[in-house]
Write a protein that binds this ligand. Structure first.
Ligand SMILES: Nc1ncnc2c1ncn2[C@@H]1O[C@H](COP(=O)(O)OP(=O)(O)OP(=O)(O)O)[C@@H](O)[C@H]1O
Ligand SMILES: [Mg+2]
Length: 294
């Protein structure tokens, strides 16, 4: 097993903060344990709460290369694990007419003609890496099963070549938006981490870390306002990425305190559906201005 060797959950928290990732106690604890136990982390939660970013910050913190497998519907073995370089194989066959087929066959199914894809690349890496399997809920169950084999045995078998065993164990992060239920088998092998919208205090810290030039007071006000907006029954509540965008917008407009008018005029940065904008606007209009943000 190749541990990144984090000393404690607190050390994980401090380390991630150095790369502008603000982890709460739970996130830090799961990361610490995943490294110790050599288990993948399955991160689930709404859009824009920092699932993908966690893997990136972890790689930066551990000083490891990040290998990313972006999942989508229809992703198959040839894009996840490996494929043979057919073009190159064909060229070799055409160029060589004198060699016996059996010999040629052995030749073209060798290392030289293999195109490793992210999973195989992560397994074969001489230096330990962080492997991000992003949005795993988008692939079909069969592809999920394929990944499972890699994640539990840390090996890949290639019929023509034999079994490739991991030289080093990657730290694996899988993310899911929960568009479908993942298999029990996959869940069992992973440490589960649910990330929710951050607390007002943590979101304020995230804003301060990510938006240059933001005052403490404005960050605080934005974090509180976004929190209250999330309490509406919305089609798409604002995520952390949207509060960052909103903070940048307000800063660009030279705002140092959010008044109801400014809030209303910039709601389209925070919300992505007209119904949602209307709903929040109505409420803003009915609130006396001196209570906004308190
Ligand atoms: N805890 C955090 N610390 C610092 N930045 C954060 C944190 N959470 C979110 N962010 C910011 O929010 C942005 C969006 O996060 P990210 O892309 O990781 O979301 P996600 O959960 O993967 O969303 P999706 O499900 O849409 O892919 C990041 O680029 C980062 O700037
Ligand atoms: Mg993501």
């Amino acid at each position: 097993m190749t541990e990144a060797g984090f000393d404690s959950p607190a050390a994980v928290q401090t380390g991630l903060r150095r790369f502008d990732y603000l982890a709460d106690d739970r996130i830090a604890q799961v990361v610490f344990l995943a490294d110790r136990l050599g288990k993948p982390i399955l991160v689930e939660g709404p859009a824009g709460v920092g699932k993908t970013e966690l893997a990136k910050a972890l790689a930066a913190m551990a000083g490891r290369r990040l290998i990313r497998l972006q999942c989508y519907e229809g992703l198959d073995e040839s894009k996840a694990l490996y494929e043979w370089n057919y073009k190159k194989q064909l060229l070799r066959i055409q160029a060589d007419t004198s060699t016996a087929w059996s010999e040629l066959e052995e030749d073209i199914f060798s290392e030289e003609f293999l195109l490793p894809r992210p999973l195989l690349e992560a397994i074969r890496s001489a230096e330990p890496v962080v492997l991000l399997i992003d949005e795993v809920d988008r692939v079909e169950v069969e592809t999920e099963a394929l990944m499972l084999e890699v994640l539990s045995d840390f090996q890949v078998s290639i019929p023509e070549l034999g079994t490739v065993v991991a030289a080093t164990q990657p730290l694996v992060v899988l993310t899911s938006n929960n568009t479908r239920e993942l298999s029990e088998a996959l869940k069992r092998r992973c440490l589960f981490l649910h990330i929710e919208y951050p607390s007002v205090e943590r979101e304020k810290e995230i804003l301060m870390a990510r938006v240059e030039g933001l005052s403490d007071q404005l960050a605080d006000q934005i974090a509180r306002l976004v929190r209250s907006v999330r309490n509406f029954q919305l089609r798409k509540p604002p995520s952390v990425s949207e509060s960052i965008d909103w903070a940048r917008t307000l800063l660009a407009l030279g705002v140092d305190e959010v008044e109801p008018d400014t809030a209303q005029g910039t709601l389209h940065v925070l919300l992505k559906y007209q119904d949602d904008i209307d709903k929040v606007s109505r409420d803003l209009r009915s609130v006396p201005s001196d209570t906004v943000g308190t």
